[in-house]
Structure formats: structure tokens, C-alpha cells
Design a protein around this ligand. Structure first.
Ligand code: UDP
Ligand code: MG
Length: 313
């Protein structure tokens, strides 16, 4: 059994995969037989797969899976985890933002501390645009307030786990997946270390604000029904306001005070009401659509080709 399996989700990383392998090779040069690398090509449109195949032909410890189209990083992680054969498994990005040197540190922690099952890397300050920063901060604030679980801010998917954790994660059947939530949900003792996110070696981040928004929304919907109760509370709030408003208007009318701005107030109230009704419908709709998608029971990904058998030494 290999000591460490690397799961590397790749989407349009043609200039990074070989560089990534070389870096791992440098760090683990004396122990290359101890590790296996599982590249998961998530439907890349560039030469990522071709470059992975070059590595596969050249080195014994390379495996790969290639999807029929882009299914998303979460699906790529799941596919990789299912193929992992190592005693420990690490999820790591292909773009060299997560330096493989930290894997040695994580391995040492698991080797020396039997009571821990996962080591999770937490990002130190990261160079990101201000919108993403604010968005992520706000998301974690809301997320933590809703979930009854302890979620670590800025915890990344860069983590090393024992097989018990891996088995637990792959046993979860959902197709709409949010790893940070799943890792928290399965429990186990997690050791946190901080790491410095490096610059992307080549290419661009695949996460736009709208992709992040959808991912965050799925993360909330997958783990909490609190937003459904927000809509109920919002509805109740507006009913109370409407009743109080009506009483106030009635009293003013009885005592003979004219209100020239009354129509303006009514228009504003209407906007507020229809806006909040639409938001509530949107939240309800999201739960419905996620339930609908899960009920279809489709697989998280379709494999076009793969080479995941252990090669001979
Ligand atoms: N990734 C993927 N499928 C996607 C988007 C991203 O497999 O649909 C991979 C990507 O190739 C990289 C990792 O996930 O190895 C992290 O993606 P990225 O660097 O774009 O995210 P960021 O570092 O900006 O959070
Ligand atoms: Mg990146």
C-alpha cells in the first residue's frame, strides 16, 4: 500500500500539471515509491489530459481519470478519493498555489498523533480581489451562524486524511457536494495548520463571483434549513408591520390628520413586499431544485477514460 495518494483536480491546467509533478518529485525524491498521484481531468478544453498522459507514460506512480465534460471541482475530488489507495490521502490543487511541501508536515502530524484523523490547511492572507474577500467573509459569517457545527474560517480543501475519513466522505451519497461542509459533518479529529497560498503558476482562477455565489448557496442549502425559516420570519415581520401601519393610518384618519406622502409610503411598502416575496420564492425554489436534482439520483460525474490500476515496479 502506498503511504500517500495525491488527488489533483484539474480543469484547464495544461501548463501546470507537469510543473506540479516536478515539484512533488523534488520534495519526495527519496520516497517516490511511497506516493501515487491521481490526476482528475475535469473536462479540460486545453491540453491538460495530453500532458497528464505524458506523465502517465513516463512515471510509474501516476494515475488519471478524465471526465466526459466539466463536472466541477467537487465531482473531481470525489472521483479521485474513490480511486485513492494510499494509507493517507491528500487533496491538492494543480496550480501550485498549495505547495506540496506542506504534505510532509501534515504527514508527520498524522504519524505522530494517532488521535488526529485529518490535517487541514488554513489559508494565511491571500491575494484576492476585494469582492471575493468580502463575499467569502460574509459567507462564513452567515454559514457559521446557521450551522450547528463548528466550521473553520478559510479552511481549504487542502487536507490530508486517514482512510477512515476517506471512507466516510465517499459513503455520502449526495451529488450536490460541498466538501468543507461534508468534512465538518463526518466529524473526526481535525488538526489545523496554517499555510501560505502561493501565486498561481499559470492560467486563471476558475471561480467567478457568480460561480462562488452558487457554490456558497449550495453549501448552505445542503447543510441547513434555516433560510426556509427566515422566509417565514420575514413574512411574519411584514404582516405585523402591515397591521401596525393600517392601525396608524386609521387613527390619523379619525383624528383628521392628512398625510400627503401616504401614496409614497404605500409604493415603498409594495416594493419591499414584492421584493421580499421574490427572495422567499427564490430560497424555496433553490431547496426545491436541489431536492429535485438529488431525487434524480444521477452520478456526480461521467468518466470518459481512466488509468487507475497500479503499475508494476
Ligand atoms: N478545478 C476543477 N474543476 C473546476 C474548477 C476548478 O477541477 O470546475 C480545479 C482547478 O484546476 C484547480 C483547483 O480546482 O486545480 C482549484 O481551482 P482554482 O485554482 O480555479 O480555484 P482558486 O484557487 O481560485 O480557489
Ligand atoms: Mg488556485
Amino acid at each position: 500500500m502506498k503511504k500517500i495518494s495525491f488527488i489533483i483536480p484539474c480543469y484547464n491546467e495544461e501548463d501546470n500539471v507537469i510543473k506540479f509533478y516536478n515539484k512533488v518529485n523534488d520534495i519526495f525524491k527519496d520516497r517516490i515509491k511511497d506516493i501515487e498521484l491521481i490526476f482528475v481531468d475535469d473536462g479540460s478544453k486545453d491540453n491538460t489530459l495530453e500532458n497528464i498522459k505524458k506523465l502517465y507514460k513516463e512515471f510509474k506512480n501516476i494515475n488519471y481519470i478524465s471526465f466526459s465534460r466539466n463536472f466541477g471541482k467537487e465531482a473531481a475530488i470525489l472521483a479521485g478519493l474513490k480511486e485513492s489507495k494510499g494509507e493517507y490521502t491528500v487533496i491538492i490543487d494543480a496550480d501550485l498555489q498549495q505547495n506540496p511541501k506542506y504534505v510532509l508536515e501534515m504527514e508527520k502530524i498524522l504519524d505522530e498523533n494517532k488521535e488526529y484523523d485529518v490535517v487541514c490547511c488554513v489559508q494565511e492572507k491571500r491575494k484576492e480581489n476585494i469582492f471575493k474577500k468580502v463575499f467569502k467573509k460574509a459567507f462564513y459569517k452567515i454559514y457559521k451562524s446557521m450551522l450547528k457545527m463548528d466550521v473553520m474560517d478559510s479552511a481549504s480543501d487542502f487536507r490530508l486524511m486517514r482512510r477512515n475519513v476517506l471512507e466516510a466522505i465517499i459513503s455520502l451519497p449526495e451529488t450536490i457536494r460541498f466538501s468543507k461542509g461534508l468534512f465538518t459533518w463526518v466529524g473526526f479529529n481535525t488538526y489545523y495548520i496554517s499555510y501560505k497560498v502561493e501565486d498561481r503558476y499559470s492560467g486563471k482562477s476558475k471561480w467567478s463571483i457568480s460561480k462562488l455565489f452558487k457554490y456558497a448557496f449550495d453549501g448552505i442549502v445542503g447543510f441547513s434549513d434555516a433560510p426556509l425559516f427566515w422566509t417565514l420570519k420575514l413574512g411574519l415581520f411584514f404582516v405585523v408591520i402591515a397591521v401596525l401601519g393600517l392601525i396608524a393610518i386609521l387613527v390619523l384618519f379619525i383624528i383628521g390628520i392628512k398625510m400627503p406622502t401616504i401614496s409614497l409610503i404605500i409604493i415603498c411598502a409594495l416594493f419591499l413586499l414584492s421584493g421580499s416575496t421574490l427572495i422567499s420564492n427564490g430560497i424555496l425554489g433553490k431547496y426545491l431544485s436541489n431536492a429535485y436534482n438529488e431525487s434524480k439520483n444521477r452520478p456526480s460525474y461521467i468518466i470518459k477514460e481512466s488509468k487507475t490500476n497500479d503499475k508494476k515496479d
